[in-house]
Design a binder for this molecule. Sequence first.
Ligand code: ATP
Length: 419
Amino acid sequence: MLIGIDDTDSTAGMCTTFIAKELCKKLEVIGFPRLIRLNPNIPYKTRGNGAVALNVKTGNNEKIKKIVLETVEKNAIFEDDKTNPGVVFLEKRNFEDYNIYTEILRDFYEKAISELVTIGEADAAARQVNAEVHKFKSGRGIIGALAAVGADLSADVTYEIIAYRIPKNYGTERKIDPESVFEMDKKTYPKTFNNVDLNLNKILILPRGNDPVFCGIRGESPEIVSEAWKLIKPLEEIEDTLIFQTNQATDAHLKKKKISELMPFDCAIVSGRVSGEPKNIHGGHVIFKLKYYSQEIDCAAYRETANFRKIIRKLRAGDKVTAYGGIGKYWAINLEKIRVLKLKKYYEKINPVCEKCKIKMKSEGNGKGFQCKKCKKKLPEDAAVLKEINRDLKPGFYEAAPDARRHLSMPLVRMKNRC
Ligand code: ATP
């Protein structure tokens, strides 16, 4: 039986993966539990828009459902307005099944990972596949819960090992030997990724907040994330660890679209030409306009993307690029990465060299031509020599700093290794 759960946590505490961990102790779970990230731009998320799915060995199904629902009821933060849990059960189903139901579920997942979907759409899809749906409060969580059981990880998959704190430590500062994390990264990167930001000298495995998660280490396989966990030194007691199979770092959310096809909160890959100079705006963000025929949209590299903004500032009108990112609160593509396809050639006019004296001629003033200082020979303005400007930028991929990276964004190192 497949079980999907979402929206149990709030900024005050809890984490839906914790409920999955509790269920793994109570039920016979087949394979890895799944941590499925969904559209990172939607406004309802608490943090990383993650939902969980489990494949549980069937037996007394009513008892299994009771355990799941009671575990959600016991742990979800119901007092928070934004917490609206949802649970779905799909009997006699495995993640790998392929039938018409799976197709409906996969389509629903594909939509929920890159667009905005409604509770009504989730209800309709659940009905079509005979899923048993349990809504708490508004029940918005059924969107994530249903998408999580429908997630298709056959094309790409990654893993995260999550370590959980003992309850006494919830809400206190997480204690770890940071050096051990850098050492772990040195030994396991790029098979592990997004765990440190070397430029900022910062470790990225510790979440902020009051939730039960101590740390999460992301990597390519269950083996490498367990090895990485053994290499780091937590300085507090750890209750449990659990490895999740995930869609993180796979770019599964990004779909090729034209500017005119974009809708609010979409995640997309959009190609066009830069129109106009990038601008620095209040708050340290950089924006430029991307144009495809008559369609135009702003692309933004936020302050948090750090050095990525330096690249964006180097773009010039006419450059051909592909933007990877999503529409957030404002009507603009929040850039996760960019591919510079072709740089427009720009030229500067430089003074000509006097043929006789072999020295650079002097400008006589704007539009007034040139004169040789030595032989006094004059040349008209159009004798100026055109020199291509060094753009200090090369075609290729550029990405936001690890600290600002979306869970779903594929790091360039993964892209390279998968080619
Ligand atoms: P955490 O990462 O700590 O688990 P979260 O960021 O996952 O928290 P949730 O508390 O799960 O946030 O809230 C996200 C809510 O948005 C859920 O109710 C989920 O069902 C819903 N949701 C997920 N994807 C979409 C989508 N594409 N469109 C509309 N709603 C969505």
